[in-house]
Design a protein around this ligand. Structure first.
Ligand code: SF4
Length: 325
C-alpha cells in the first residue's frame, strides 16, 4: 500500500505528497537560472478565465502538474494542455513533477468534459496528454481514443494533438489511438539512451522509438513528433545520434528544451544550454531532414503547438509540391 502525507498543493486544496518514492533521496540543490530563462508572471484576465474553466470542468492540466514555466504566456492565450486519466502517475521519472502513486479509476465522463472545455476555449488546436497508466490493461489507449472522438464531435474544426505515454509495450494500444486519427501523435524520448536508467527508469529507449515508427507505418498522414530535454548531462554526439534515430523512424517534428529541476529531490541540472547552443541544435536537426524543429530554452512539447501545427502543414505541402514538380 502506498502511504502519503497531506501537504498543500494548490492554494486551499490539500493534496498528498507528490513524490513519495523520492522523499528519501539526497537533496540536489537547485541552481540559479541564467538570464535567458525569464517567464511572464501568470496574472492576465484571460489566464484567470482559463484557470476557472479548467476547475469548472474538473480538468487536470500538465501546465500546472508539471509546473511549466510557460503557464503565464500560454494560459493568457487560452492554450492549456489537458492531462487525462487523473493526476497521479504510475511511473517515477526523476525529471518529472507529476505526482506518483496509485491512480483512481478512469472517469467515463472525462472525454465529454475535455471536449466541452475545448469548445468553450474556441481552440484551433489542442494538445491532450496523460499520466502513465501502467495499471490499465491497454495503458489508457481506449480512453485517449474516446477523448479524441469526443473533441471531434464537440469541436470539429479543432485539430488534435496527443502526447502519449509508451503504454508499457501493451500490444494493440498504439493501434487504438492511431485508429481515432489524431492530427499529431507525439511521444517524447525525453533524453539520450545512456541516461534512461537514471532519468526515465520505467521506459525503454528503443521501445519509444518503435512506437513512433509504428504510428508512421500505421497512418503516414498523422504527423509524428518527439521531444528531448537537454541539460541533463548528455553529450552533443548523443543528441546527434537521437536525431538520426528519430529520422530513421520518419518523425516529422523535433522539440528540444532546457530541463529545469522542479524540486531538490529531482535530477540536478548539469548544464544550462545557451540560446546559441539551441540554435546550433536546431540548425543540425533541420539539416537532418525534420519537417519542423523547435529548439529554445523554454520549448516544451505543447509550447506554441497551434502555430507549429500550421507550420507543419505548410512544410508538408511544400515538400509534396517539391516532390511532384
Ligand atoms: S508549454 Fe505546454 S505545458 Fe507549458 S504552459 Fe504551455 S501549454 Fe501548458
Amino acid at each position: 500500500m502506498t502511504v502519503r502525507v497531506l501537504v498543500d498543493h494548490r492554494a486551499g486544496e490539500p493534496k498528498l505528497v507528490r513524490h513519495p518514492e523520492k522523499a528519501h533521496r539526497p537533496d540536489n540543490p537547485i541552481q540559479r537560472k541564467p538570464s535567458w530563462i525569464r517567464v511572464k508572471a501568470p496574472n492576465s484576465p484571460i489566464y484567470h478565465e482559463t484557470h476557472a474553466l479548467m476547475r469548472a470542468n474538473g480538468l487536470v492540466t500538465v501546465c500546472e502538474e508539471a509546473a511549466c514555466p510557460n503557464i503565464g504566456e500560454c494560459w493568457s492565450q487560452r492554450h492549456a494542455t489537458m492531462m487525462i486519466m487523473g493526476e497521479t502517475c504510475t511511473r517515477a521519472c526523476s525529471f518529472c513533477n507529476v505526482a506518483t502513486g496509485q491512480p483512481d479509476a478512469l472517469d467515463a465522463g472525462e472525454p465529454n468534459r475535455v471536449a466541452d472545455a475545448v469548445a468553450k476555449l474556441g481552440l484551433r488546436h489542442v494538445v491532450i496528454t496523460s499520466v502513465d497508466r501502467d495499471d490499465l490493461p491497454d495503458g489508457g489507449a481506449a480512453h485517449f481514443a474516446a477523448v479524441i472522438r469526443a473533441i471531434r464531435a464537440a469541436a470539429p474544426a479543432t485539430t488534435i494533438e496527443v502526447l502519449t505515454p509508451d503504454f508499457l509495450r501493451k500490444t494493440g494500444s498504439v493501434e487504438v489511438v492511431v485508429a481515432a486519427r489524431p492530427d499529431v501523435f507525439n511521444h517524447n524520448l525525453e533524453t539520450v539512451p545512456r541516461l534512461y536508467p537514471t532519468i526515465r527508469p520505467g521506459a525503454r529507449y528503443f521501445q519509444s522509438l518503435r512506437l513512433l515508427d509504428n504510428v508512421k507505418r500505421l497512418d503516414p498522414a498523422i504527423f509524428t513528433k518527439s521531444g528531448l530535454m537537454v541539460g541533463l548531462g548528455e553529450a552533443r554526439p548523443e543528441i546527434m545520434q537521437v536525431m538520426d534515430d528519430l529520422r530513421v523512424a520518419d518523425v516529422d517534428f523535433l522539440t528540444l528544451g532546457q530541463y529545469l529541476q522542479p524540486t531538490v529531490k529531482h535530477a540536478a541540472v548539469a548544464e544550462f544550454v545557451t540560446p546559441e547552443g539551441f540554435d546550433d541544435y536546431a540548425r543540425v536537426a533541420r539539416a537532418k531532414g525534420f519537417l519542423l524543429v523547435s529548439a529554445t530554452p523554454l520549448t516544451r512539447s505543447s509550447y506554441h503547438a497551434d502555430a507549429d501545427f500550421a507550420a507543419l502543414q505548410a512544410a508538408r505541402s511544400h515538400q509534396l509540391a517539391g516532390a511532384s514538380a
